[in-house]
Design a protein. Structure first.
Length: 306
């Protein structure tokens, strides 16, 4: 049987194996995506990806295909393969059949909704960070990379059709929520917990990698804080579906706002609603976020991190 084929590995060996699987499959599925597009664009496909034309809707759809392939094949598949070959009880290891389901999910969902102004504030604070002059070259590269990532995200989210909306919900909300939570919380955080013997270090380290892998440095802080929240939700509730649902709701919010802006149903300055220009609303958000976290901890006493 495949289950637990190489069980009993040390935490370090597990980490090396996971990294090897992720890097190998990311390369493989990126290559498959490029080969799939080769008949359409010819040998110039690499140059076109390196210097994309986001005004071409057909090419943007092809980029979406590459994104889906990388997410499913490069993140989700290696995480599932890892759990399958290293654990004799994969479902139990991932905590996908929890004893308590709806209450922690509902509390966590409310948490991420009321925390949106806090997330917006952390994003604004992140934008003020500047590196020392000696690292100016690095900062220029980071700024250029961030700009490219924002342009790509904008091109992905820009749609006014309901078909486009459904595709974006799958690509931006459903698939990342499942793939990234299984990889970063279900697998990586548990490996770090084995290595450090601490839930707090496990959550911190997995959140750092979660924020870094997005390669959007001026959005590092909000992603890091979200990763911390997702990690503690996972260990407190012992329920992988809690961070999955919360992650889904957080990403869905961005998809819906972009869709409504595209159809001119709301103003394009919607994001300002969550920034420090509204300190009263942000203060309420902080208080409500803290209260919901307290309720979640109280309802899940057996899941306290140690």
């Amino acid at each position: 049987m495949v289950k637990g084929l190489i069980s009993g590995l040390s935490p370090l060996a597990k980490l090396v194996l996971l990294i090897t699987l992720v890097m190998s499959m990311l390369f493989l599925f990126t290559l498959l995506g490029i080969l799939f597009l080769l008949p359409e664009y010819g040998p110039g496909i690499i140059e076109k990806i390196a210097n994309p034309d986001y005004s071409d809707p057909v090419f943007v759809n092809h980029l979406k295909l590459l994104q889906i392939l990388n997410m499913a094949g490069g993140l989700l598949l290696p995480a599932l393969v890892f759990v399958l070959i290293t654990e004799t009880k994969p479902a139990e290891y991932l905590n996908i059949y929890p004893r308590k389901f709806w209450l922690p999910v509902i509390l966590a969902a409310l948490f991420i909704l009321v925390a949106q102004p806090v997330i917006g504030l952390s994003n604004e604070l992140n934008s003020y960070l500047r590196l020392p002059e000696v690292l100016s070259r690095l900062e220029e590269w980071m700024f250029k990379t961030e700009k490219q990532a924002m342009e790509l995200t904008g091109a992905f989210l820009m749609t006014t059709s309901y078909t486009g909306l459904m595709i974006n919900i799958f690509m931006v909300a459903i698939l990342p929520a499942i793939s990234e939570e299984i990889l970063f919380r279900g697998v990586l955080a548990q490996i770090f917990r084995e290595m450090t013997k601490s839930v707090h270090w496990a959550v911190f380290l997995s959140s750092m990698l979660f924020a870094a892998i997005h390669v959007q440095f001026y959005g590092f802080l909000p992603r890091f804080l979200l990763g911390m929240a997702f990690g503690y939700f996972f260990f407190i509730t012992r329920n992988l579906w809690v961070p999955v649902v919360v992650h889904f709701i957080n990403n869905l919010f961005a998809v819906i706002v972009a869709f409504l802006e595209g159809r001119k149903w709301i103003g394009s300055d919607m994001d300002e609603f969550t920034f420090s220009s509204h300190p009263f609303i942000t203060s309420i958000s902080i208080a409500a976020t803290a209260f919901l976290l307290y309720l979640l901890l109280r309802k899940q006493q057996e899941g306290k991190p140690g």
